[in-house]
Design a binder for this molecule. Structure first.
Ligand code: GLC
Length: 558
């Protein structure tokens, strides 16, 4: 009997493949690089790997611009390499989740090229979203909407006869044209893709911008100001009537996908990346839909006991009501690493005046990402406390490569000329973008690109990366790597029913909860050491001080 519920309380480790390990010395991480690190992943104690896009891509958006959904980027390897990696992970008892990017393809996808070469109104154009422009000669975009990376959501094309032509819609970069999900060929093709990878042994899928697929872009379009006046924000409207965010019809697609997933044994899993209003998240996570959805609430919160408690309580209740299990995440390839976020100070002395931990560190990026605004020691201490708390929670914990090393975000040390993120290019001078969490990992203290590969790193690694190298932490008691290993091992041993019981501490800076099986987790968000309940200490994120739990730390007790 296969375990159908393996995902419910899994520890899932996200690999951003181009920055994980480079096996052939071309400066870009690859599939064989991952295969070479399977024993590392096994010793970390994770249950699954989530692999960010590894498909053929010109990397206009870090691989989230896909040329071909059923292949491996030749820069990263071959389908045979992929199969070898999958087998190696499975042999190590690790499941594999791959990223699916259904909202848009790249502009190099064969369908988009066909659309450009075909006339207005053709079946080829209908797979994407083309419209005539406004103005006398169609010279104005169909609306004044702004794309996620800055600049307009519409791009004008040149018609095959050389005349200025229609406009196509793109929520993200202009190299990422949005699909038309009313088109049946598009729907059928994604079912084919999901089968292709499921048949190859992939255990689950992470669905990129799951809340954007279906759209209403017919007729006269509202202006940006009209949408804002009606209360639209980056998450859409609460009633599902936003022209492209979080529309109700999107769930028809996932119901169809769920049927396909359930044909497999065990059923393929899926997790939605849906930045929607929290009340609308359960529909994505329901068993009739994708089954799980990312909850980015903790990721956007400050290191604050009250915020954490509210978020945890709400999400556990929500997950229970929808039949999903909850998800927790502090870091991924889109946000400032939490070891940095929690150390952000407004250029004031250590520990004082932290203003920017929330909202995923966005303000720091907007501010130029200055290292002197980061108290790295405090940030790491808090990140370790937060992660240990997360590992004690019911539900799935999603980790991002490098957080197990306590790695810090690289800020303004990446020269402008070496930046890759389209958010930087489309917003020049406004934000530095997401490259800082995508710098290749340091595996060794010495050597070319700190052991990432023999040929340098595609994003520059700062000197201080040496201090975080995996080889300097392995086997060292108290290192972040060993903390993660110990916590993940214990988590497997102790895992029980998805329940949590709060213990009132009388101290607003301390969170304490019990898990079934008689173990408990206590986090001190304040600075003053606090007493511990009687019991055996299983693991702690910082050494105890005279038997007390010091500030900014977590301990598990049984
Ligand atoms: C998701 C991805 C992000 C990407 C965007 C467009 O938000 O996580 O990295 O830029 O989708 O595909």
């Amino acid at each position: 009997m296969k375990d159908h519920n393996w995902w419910r309380q899994a520890a899932v480790y996200q690999i951003y493949p181009r920055s994980f390990a480079d096996s052939n010395g071309d400066g870009l991480g690859d599939i064989r690089g991952i295969t070479g690190k399977v024993s590392y992943l096994k010793s970390l104690g994770i249950d699954a790997v989530w692999l960010s896009p590894f498909y053929p891509s010109a990397l206009a958006d870090g691989g989230y611009d896909v040329d071909d959904y059923r292949n491996v980027d030749p820069k990263l390897g071959t389908l045979e390499d992929f199969d070898e990696m999958t087998a190696a992970l499975h042999d190590a008892g690790i499941k594999l989740i791959v990223d699916i990017v259904p909202n848009h393809s790249s502009n190099r996808h064969k369908w988009f090229k066909e659309a450009l070469a075909s006339p207005k109104g053709s079946a080829a154009r209908d797979r994407y979203i083309f419209r005539d422009g406004l103005g006398e000669n169609g010279e104005l975009p169909p609306s004044d909407w702004v794309s996620v990376f800055g600049g307009p959501t519409w791009e004008r094309i040149t018609e095959p006869d050389g005349s200025p032509g229609q406009w196509y819609f793109h929520i993200f970069a202009k190299e990422q044209p949005d699909f038309n999900w009313d088109n049946l060929e598009v729907r059928a093709d994604f079912l084919k893709t999901l089968r292709f990878w499921s048949d190859r042994g992939v255990d689950g899928f992470r669905i990129d911008v799951a809340h954007a697929l279906t759209k209403d872009l017919e007729g006269a379009l509202p202006t940006r100001a009209e949408l804002e006046a009606k209360g639209a924000d980056a998450e859409g409207f609460l009633d599902g009537s936003h022209p492209y965010w979080d529309r109700n019809e999107v769930h028809e697609i996932y119901a169809q996908w769920r049927k396909l997933f359930n044909e497999y044994n065990p059923p393929r899993t899926a997790v939605a990346e849906a930045w929607v209003h929290t009340d609308r998240r359960p529909r994505y996570a329901s068993p009739e839909g994708l089954g799980q959805a990312f909850n980015f609430d903790l990721l956007q919160a400050d290191f604050d006991a009250a915020q954490f408690r509210t978020i945890i309580t709400k999400n556990l209740a929500e997950a229970a009501a929808s039949g999903a299990s909850s998800t927790w995440v502090f870091s991924n390839h889109d946000v400032v690493r939490h070891a940095t976020r929690y150390g952000l100070t407004a250029a004031t002395p250590a520990g004082e005046g932290e203003i920017m931990a929330g909202l995923a560190g966005k303000e720091w990026l907007l501010d130029g990402g200055r290292r002197e605004d980061v108290n790295a020691e405090l940030g790491l201490r808090r990140a370790r406390a937060a992660s240990l708390l997360m590992f004690a929670l019911p539900g799935s914990a999603y980790l991002y490569q490098g957080e197990e090393l306590g790695l810090q975000e690289v800020g303004n040390e990446i020269p402008d000329s070496e930046r890759q993120d389209p958010a930087f290019y489309r917003n020049k001078g406004v934000e530095i973008g997401r490259d800082g969490c995508r710098v290749p990992l340091p595996w060794t203290t010495e050597g070319s690109s700190f052991g990432f590969g023999d040929g340098g790193a595609h994003l520059p690694q700062p000197e201080w990366f040496a201090a975080y190298a995996a080889d300097s932490q392995a086997g060292i008691h108290g290192s972040t790597l060993e903390l993660y290993r110990a916590a993940l091992r214990l988590r497997r041993e102790l895992q029980a029913v998805e329940e949590l019981e709060w213990i009132e501490t009388g101290n607003p800076k301390v969170l304490h909860f019990n898990r079934p099986g008689g173990w408990q987790s206590i986090t001190n968000f304040g600075d003053t050491p606090v007493d511990l309940p009687p019991g055996v200490v299983l693991v702690s994120s910082a050494p105890l001080e005279h038997g007390k739990l010091p500030g900014n730390s977590t301990v598990w007790v049984r």
